[in-house]
Design a protein around this ligand. Structure first.
Ligand SMILES: Cc1cc2nc3c(=O)[nH]c(=O)nc-3n(C[C@H](O)[C@H](O)[C@H](O)COP(=O)(O)OP(=O)(O)OC[C@H]3O[C@@H](n4cnc5c(N)ncnc54)[C@H](O)[C@@H]3O)c2cc1C
Length: 152
């Protein structure tokens, strides 16, 4: 494994990745690469023909050379598990609202599955999201933990 660079050390010590860094990752195609299937509709053409899981693995393997699991997960972990459900199952309107910003490194997304009483056992999550009487808002009730990529 390569020695940890100065940039990695600084990120680890500051316990924060600057927002500008995500934009650089977006410009390099790293955020789109983290989605698995290259999101052509929102990120333009893939950098190589026939983009597949091996290209994703190579991209992640290369950024792992920074030798910081925290930095790698902070860049692509939450996005890589959070955005694909939107791209695969979200309505076109939701995709348009969420995907371009996330892939540009301007918005942040996470997968909010795990609860104190449901980790692997995803079918038994207890949190509910019910529309309020106005139909405009959701009332969310429950407990969640361990979300990667929350950026306040
Ligand atoms: C760094 C980190 C980041 C995370 N980020 C996110 C995130 O962004 N979003 C999110 O929703 N969650 C996130 N998680 C939570 C993660 O997905 C859960 O930890 C995972 O689902 C396991 O749940 P658990 O820890 O409750 O363990 P449990 O589900 O309680 O499992 C405990 C042990 O039992 C084993 N086990 C469980 N069920 C079975 C079974 N049926 N048969 C055999 N063995 C079984 C497991 O393999 C494990 O060894 C994160 C966790 C970590 C550590």
């Amino acid at each position: 494994m390569r020695a940890r660079g100065r940039l990695t050390k600084r990120r680890d010590e500051e316990k924060e990745i600057p927002k500008a860094f995500y934009k650089r990752c977006a410009a390099a195609g790293i955020l789109a690469a983290a989605c698995g299937d290259w999101p052509t509709k929102f990120a333009g053409a893939a950098p190589v023909e026939n983009w597949d899981a091996f290209h994703v693995a190579i991209t992640i393997d290369e950024i792992c050379r920074c030798a910081s699991g925290g930095l790698v997960w902070g860049i692509v972990g939450g996005l890589g598990i959070g955005l694909p459900p939107v791209l695969h199952f979200g309505s076109p309107a939701l995709q348009e609202r969420v995907a371009p910003g996330c892939l540009a490194g301007e918005k942040f997304i996470c997968l909010a599955i795990t609860e104190p009483y449901a980790g692997s056992d995803v079918a038994n999550i207890r949190t509910t999201a019910k529309k309020d009487p106005s139909g405009k808002f959701y009332i969310v009730n429950g407990e969640k933990k361990w979300f990667a990529f929350i950026y306040a």
